[in-house]
Design a protein around this ligand. Structure first.
Ligand code: MG
Length: 276
């Protein structure tokens, strides 16, 4: 665990030694691989170049299972963690280029169904108090989370209303996290960090504590803080600077460019240091 409030240093301080010992990277998606909602051409190329260099690539996101299915199948990645650490999907590497999709959920099927029911109960109850309350447009593609929209495809709700949504789920014993567009609620103790550890153990028989210096984590905002805290080496893309004053756990390194272009900048640096 790192010291609080240590400000990030320029990417160029990421040493040759660290770069050469890397086994792979974990990365947030929104505003880290993307910018203004679109996947940058530069970051998509960077993902391919990481894979060509033999490094593991694992995106970590709050996005729904339906999206993760697509990403795990079609992107140049080794696995994808979705819905805030509720599961990871990947193509079976033992089947070469034609690997079948495998899904690992943290919770068994029956428990997921029961939890979904409880979340909907909270939502329906809340919707009576808050007219017009809507779940996110991508709710149909979710397996674990219930996502309440507060500005993506609905008129923006006030901070007090967002707090009211969070409080209702918290009272019911659910976790509730605010992203830039949704309140995501779920039952269970999993989070993105616990799922990164689980994935390393299950897929590579690696212990996070022993191997964490051999992975980099990339992110851009306060919802990446738990990972900025736990990974010893982390990279913030330049847009993270808007949030730094209110972040307790900051990335180790920062890029010059924003979003996916910042990610690509870092990947170029890493591969150059590795002599690739
Ligand atoms: Mg993000």
């Amino acid at each position: 665990m790192k010291t609080l409030n240590k400000a990030p240093v320029p990417l160029e301080k990421l040493s040759k030694k660290i770069c050469r010992s890397l086994k792979g990277i974990f990365s947030d998606i929104d505003d880290t691989l993307t910018h203004h909602g679109k996947l940058n051409e530069s970051s998509y190329r960077a993902l391919w170049s990481l894979q060509r260099a033999g490094l593991r690539v694992i995106p970590v996101t709050g996005r729904p299972a339906g999206w993760v299915d697509h990403l795990a199948r079609m992107w140049p990645v080794d696995a994808v963690i979705g819905e805030n650490g509720a599961f990871y999907f990947y193509l079976d590497p033992s089947q070469g280029r034609d690997g079948k999709l495998l899904q690992h959920f943290v919770q068994p099927k029956a428990e997921r169904a029961k939890n979904r029911e409880k979340l909907w109960e909270v939502f329906h109850h809340l919707a009576k108090e808050m007219p017009g309350l809507q779940v996110a447009s991508d709710q149909g593609y979710r397996e674990i989370d219930l996502a309440v929209d507060f500005c993506e495809d609905v008129p923006r709700r006030s901070e007090a209303e967002v707090d009211q949504i969070v409080a209702a789920f918290a009272r019911a014993g659910a976790q509730a996290k605010i992203s830039s567009i949704h309140v995501n609620a779920w039952f269970g103790s999993h989070d993105k960090y616990s799922c990164c550890k689980l994935l390393l153990k299950n897929l590579y028989n690696e212990d996070f504590a022993a191997e964490r210096e051999r992975y980099l984590y990339f992110g851009d905002s306060p919802n990446d803080e738990p990972l900025f805290r736990e990974f010893p080496f982390t990279v913030g893309v330049a847009n993270v600077k808007h949030f730094l004053p209110r972040m307790r756990h900051q990335p180790t390194f920062i890029t010059r460019k924003e979003g996916g272009d910042g990610f690509a900048e870092a990947v170029r640096w890493i591969l150059k240091q590795r002599g690739a």
